[in-house]
Design a protein around this ligand. Structure first.
Ligand code: TTJ
Length: 659
C-alpha cells in the first residue's frame, strides 16, 4: 500500500508536467486543430483514428471501429499491437501515458514506416486529450488490459492493469470539451465520408462506423475496399453517373527513396471535366502539388510517346501515297496536357516520412523530391501498361487527339469571333458610334435584332446617339449561367462599347455614354433580353444603375391613324382613346399593332422612341434590376420549388415565356 502511494506521488509530480505541457493547447486550440468549430471537433476523431491507420500501414492492424456513443462521446478501437505500456527510460513513465500527455510524442515511437498521423495539423493524441472533458485509454497486450483515465489532459492515477485479455489492440474513448468547442455534436455524415476516404486510401483495411446515440435508430456501416484507390475511382464514377471510355481502371504503384506512390485513373465520356483527387499521407491536397505535377508530366510524356509511335507506324504504312502539295504534314509536337487530361478521373496518393503543406489553404504538397519520384514510377509503369494493353492505350491516345482537335477548333472560332466583334479601335464592329464624345451629352441604344438596329441607325441623331445592335443566337435565359454570359457574343460588345470594364475592374469614369438605353420589343423575346441585360448590369456594373445611367426605351404598341393624323399608343386604353378621338367624326380609323421595332420606319422610331423631346423613357432603379436578377435566378436555377412557385405566381408571364 505504501509502495502504491509512493508511485502515486511520483505520478503526481508528472501530473503537473503533463498539464504544463498541454496548457498551450487549451489556451489556443485553433493553433493545433485549425478551429473550435465543426471542423476542429471532427478533427479530434481523425487525429485518433490516424494512429490506428498508422498501425495498419505498419501491417499489424486490420480493423478499426469508430463509434459515436450517446452524449457525443467517441470511441475508437483497433486490433493492432497496442500502444506500448512499458516505462519509457528517458521520461521514467509509461510510453502510453506519454502519447497522451506530451505534444508530438507520437513521433518518438515505432520509428520508420509511414505515418498518416501528424499530418495537416500534426498534433496527435495529446492534443485530443487536452481538448477532451475526459479521455480513457485501454490497451490490450494479449495478456493484460492497461487502463488510464484523464480529465482535460491531466491524470491523477498512473496507467494500471485492470483485467485479463486474450487479444491485442487499443481503445480510446473521449468526450470533447464543451468549454472549448462551440458545439460538441458530431455529424455522422461527415465522419462517414472521411472514414470511407480512409478505407479507400488504405485498401483492405476495414473501418466500421457506428452511430449509437439514439437507441431507436442505430446506424452502422462497414467500409472495406480491397481494390483501394481503384475501388475509389469505380465508386466516384458510379456516384457521378459517369460513363467510362475504357473498361479497365489503370493502376500504378511503387516506392522511390522511401516515397510510396499510388495512382489510379480511368477516362469517362464526360468531356467537360478533369477530375484529380490527390492525397499525401491520407490528407486530401485540394490544391495539388508535387505529386499531381509529377503524375501529369508522366501522363503527357507517355501518351505523346505512344501517339508519336502510332503516327510513325501509320506513315510507314501509307508511304506510297505522297502528301499533296501544300498539305505537307507538320512534325508531331505532341498534344497539350489539357487535351490529354480532358475527361480523366484520377486519384494520386503518396505516403512519405514528412509532408510539407503549402498554399492558401495548406492544401498543396510542397516536398520537391515527390515530383521526380511520382514521375519515375508513373512513366515506367504507364509505358508498360500501354504496351500490355494496346487497345486501352489506343482509346486514350485517340481521345487526346480528339480533345486537341476540339480545342484547336474552339480557339480558332474564338479568335474569329473576337475579330468579327471588334474593329481596329477595339470597339465592336456593330457599334454605330456618335460623333460627340462628351458623355454628359451622349447616349447609346442597345437594340435587339438587325432590322430594328437598321431603323434606329437611320432614325437617330448621329451627333449624340450611338446604336449597338445585338445579334446572334437568343440566349437561353433558363439555361445560361450568368458567369458564362460575360463571355457571350451578345454581351462582350456591350462591355466594350461602354468602356467601363466589369466587376472589380468597373470604372465609371471610363463610361463613354451618359445614358445607356435598352431598346427591345414589347414581346417575350424583348422581355428576355431586358431581363438578361438588367441582370448583367446589376451583377457586373451595379454603379451604372445606382447612378441612374440605365434606361428602358418605351416603343409604342399601336399606331392609330386617320389620313395624315397619327397617334401612337403605349397601352390598350390609350389606343381606344385615340380611336375615339380620331374616329369621332365617323371617318375610317386605321389601327396598326407593332409586333416589333423592326416594323417601324426610321422616322417613326425617331418620333416615338428616340427623340428626347417626344419620347418616354423609364429610368431603371436598383430595385428593378434586382427584380430582374431574381427572376433570372429562379428561371435558371435548379431549385424546383421556387421555380414552380414563381411560375404559379406569374402564370401569365410563364405562359408567354414558354416554360
Ligand atoms: C507502436 O510501435 C510499437 C507497437 O505499437 C505501435 C503502436 O503504438 N500501435 C498503435 C497505436 N496501435 N494503435 C494505436 C493507437 C490507437 C488509438 C485508437 C489511439 C492512439 C493514440 C494510438
Amino acid at each position: 500500500m505504501a509502495e502504491d502511494e509512493k508511485v502515486l506521488d511520483n505520478y503526481g509530480a508528472d501530473d503537473i508536467v503533463a498539464l504544463k505541457g498541454l496548457e498551450p493547447v487549451r489556451k489556443r486550440p485553433g493553433m493545433y486543430i485549425g478551429s473550435t468549430g465543426e471542423s476542429g471537433l471532427h478533427h479530434l476523431v481523425y487525429e485518433i483514428v490516424d494512429n490506428s491507420v498508422d498501425e495498419a500501414l505498419a501491417g499489424y492492424c486490420t480493423e478499426i471501429d469508430v463509434s459515436i456513443l450517446p452524449d457525443n462521446v467517441i470511441r475508437v478501437i483497433d486490433n493492432g499491437r497496442g500502444i506500448p505500456t512499458g516505462i519509457n527510460h528517458t521520461e521514467g513513465i509509461s510510453a502510453a501515458t506519454l502519447v497522451f500527455t506530451v505534444l508530438h510524442a507520437g513521433g518518438k515511437f515505432g520509428g520508420g514506416g509511414y505515418k498518416v498521423s501528424g499530418g495537416l495539423h500534426g498534433v496527435g493524441a495529446s492534443v485530443v486529450n487536452a481538448l477532451s472533458e475526459w479521455l480513457e485509454v485501454e490497451i490490450h497486450d494479449g495478456k493484460n488490459v492497461h487502463f488510464q483515465h484523464f480529465d482535460r489532459g491531466e491524470y491523477s492515477e498512473p496507467i494500471k492493469v485492470v483485467r485479463d485479455t486474450d487479444h491485442t489492440g487499443t481503445q480510446v474513448t473521449f468526450k470533447p470539451d464543451g468549454e472549448i468547442f462551440h458545439s460538441t455534436v458530431f455529424s455522422y455524415e461527415t465522419l462517414n465520408e472521411r472514414m470511407r476516404e480512409k478505407a479507400f486510401l488504405n485498401g483492405g483495411l476495414k473501418i466500421t462506423l457506428h452511430d449509437l446515440r439514439d437507441e431507436n435508430n442505430i446506424v452502422e456501416e462497414s467500409m472495406q475496399y480491397d481494390g483501394g484507390i481503384r475501388s475509389y475511382i469505380e465508386w466516384l464514377n458510379k456516384k457521378r453517373g459517369a460513363e467510362v471510355l475504357h473498361p479497365d481502371i489503370i493502376y500504378l504503384n511503387g516506392t522511390v527513396d522511401g516515397i510510396l506512390v499510388e495512382a489510379a485513373f480511368q477516362y469517362t465520356t464526360d468531356f467537360n471535366s478533369e477530375v484529380f483527387r490527390s492525397f499525401a499521407n491520407d490528407i486530401h491536397t485540394g490544391e495539388g502539388g508535387m505529386h499531381e505535377l509529377g503524375f501529369k508530366r508522366a501522363l503527357s510524356k507517355v501518351v505523346n510517346d505512344f501517339a508519336k509511335t502510332y503516327k510513325e507506324n501509320d506513315k510507314s504504312k501509307t508511304k506510297k501515297k505522297p502528301a499533296k502539295k501544300g498539305e505537307e504534314e507538320k512534325p508531331f509536337t505532341g498534344y497539350s496536357g489539357e487535351a490529354i487530361r480532358e475527361a480523366i478521373n484520377a486519384i494520386i496518393s503518396v505516403k512519405l516520412p514528412e509532408c510539407e503543406f503549402e498554399g492558401q489553404t495548406k492544401g498543396k504538397l510542397g516536398n520537391p523530391e515527390v515530383q521526380p519520384a511520382v514521375y519515375k514510377i508513373a512513366t515506367e509503369q504507364l509505358t508498360y501498361y500501354f504496351e500490355e494493353h494496346p487497345e486501352t492505350a489506343q482509346i486514350i491516345v485517340n481521345k487526346a487527339a480528339n480533345s486537341q482537335a476540339a480545342r484547336d477548333a474552339a480557339k480558332k472560332a474564338m479568335e474569329a469571333k473576337r475579330k468579327s466583334i471588334m474593329d481596329s479601335n477595339g470597339l465592336p464592329g456593330k457599334l454605330a458610334d456618335c460623333s460627340e464624345s462628351d458623355p454628359t451629352h451622349t447616349e447609346i441604344y442597345i437594340v435587339e435584332g438587325d432590322s430594328a438596329g437598321g431603323s434606329a441607325k437611320e432614325g437617330r441623331d448621329r451627333r449624340f446617339q450611338a446604336i449597338l445592335a445585338l445579334w446572334g443566337k437568343m440566349l437561353n435565359v433558363e439555361k445560361a449561367r450568368v458567369d458564362k454570359v460575360y463571355n457571350n457574343e451578345k454581351l462582350l460588345p456591350v462591355v466594350k462599347a461602354l468602356g467601363t470594364g466589369i466587376a472589380d475592374e468597373f470604372d465609371i469614369t471610363k463610361l463613354r455614354y451618359g445614358r445607356v438605353i435598352i431598346m427591345a420589343d414589347a414581346d417575350v423575346d424583348g422581355l428576355h433580353i431586358r431581363t438578361l441585360m438588367l441582370t448583367f448590369f446589376f451583377r457586373f456594373m451595379r454603379p451604372l444603375i445606382e447612378q441612374g445611367h440605365v434606361y428602358c426605351a418605351q416603343p409604342p404598341l399601336f399606331k392609330v391613324a386617320k389620313g395624315k393624323q397619327v397617334r401612337y399608343a403605349f397601352s390598350d386604353e390609350e389606343r381606344d382613346t385615340y380611336i375615339a378621338e380620331l374616329g369621332g367624326d365617323g371617318g375610317k380609323v386605321d389601327v396598326q399593332r407593332y409586333k416589333g421595332l423592326g416594323e417601324m420606319d426610321p422616322i417613326q422610331l425617331w418620333e416615338t422612341t428616340m427623340n428626347p423631346k417626344t419620347r418616354t423613357m423609364l429610368r431603371v432603379s436598383v430595385e428593378d434590376a434586382a427584380k430582374a436578377d431574381e427572376i433570372l435566378t429562379i428561371l435558371m436555377g435548379d431549385k424546383v420549388e421556387p421555380r414552380r412557385e414563381f411560375i404559379e405566381a406569374n402564370a401569365k408571364l410563364a405562359e408567354n415565356l414558354d416554360i
